[in-house]
Design a protein around this ligand. Structure first.
Ligand code: CA
Length: 210
């Protein structure tokens, strides 16, 4: 009688175990998958890469930094020295961000444009009174009229920059531009800092700007 009371309990327990096992078997792979994904997200590979990256750098070497700083200071000193030499010689003049440079050579307008372009610069065109004054220092130093990157070759009487935009600043001599003989399509700065339209095939001082 006692055995008959226990049996139903065992049967119920077995059914429960069977059902639980089925549920666990269905759920377990999903959990493993999630765990796997979670593990792959925080994968040892990534951690390993990070560690490898941290380890790959050379150890911090203060003496090397100090040596590089010393070299940089020496280079800056040299650069200042040579810039001062060029300024002293009148080959280079600065105004704010613009620098005017010359090698003292003369050329016609077309060649002047090419020479500046080949050097990585462009023919000068002062666009403010301050820039005009700075460029004038070089012109006075070399005592030669210097080409400006301005002409009216495309439309007589309309002076434009090399990119065809109308000029935004000018410092013409009184009576200029006079377009004498309708052949003066280019512009030079004279030692006075004033401008004159001149014949493009004549020679003028080449001053580039950067
Ligand atoms: Ca003229």
């Amino acid at each position: 009688m006692h055995q008959f009371q226990i049996c139903p309990v065992l049967i119920v327990a077995m059914i429960c175990l069977t059902l639980c096992h089925s549920v666990m078997m269905e759920t377990l792979p999903l959990c493993i998958g999630i765990q796997g994904m979670q593990e792959s997200q925080g994968s040892p590979g990534k951690v390993g890469q990070k560690e490898a990256k941290e380890d790959s750098g050379a150890p911090f070497d203060m003496s090397r930094v100090l040596a590089l700083e010393k070299q940089l200071a020496a280079l800056q000193q040299s650069l200042t020295f040579y810039t001062n030499v060029l300024q002293f010689l009148g080959s280079i003049c600065k105004d704010g961000n613009k620098t005017f440079i010359t090698a003292g050579k003369t050329a016609n307008f077309s060649s002047a444009k090419s020479e500046c372009s080949l050097a990585g610069y462009q023919l000068s065109a002062p666009k403010t009174e301050a820039e005009n004054m700075v460029m004038q220092r070089i012109v006075k130093k070399y005592d030669k009229d210097a080409w400006l990157a301005i002409s009216d070759e495309k439309m007589e009487g309309t002076f434009v920059y090399l990119d065809d935009k109308p000029i935004s600043y000018s410092n013409w001599n009184p009576g200029e531009p006079n377009g004498e003989h309708q052949a003066e399509d280019c512009v030079v700065m004279q030692t006075t800092g004033k401008w004159n339209d001149s014949i493009c095939t004549e020679k003028g001082l080449v001053i580039c700007e950067t």
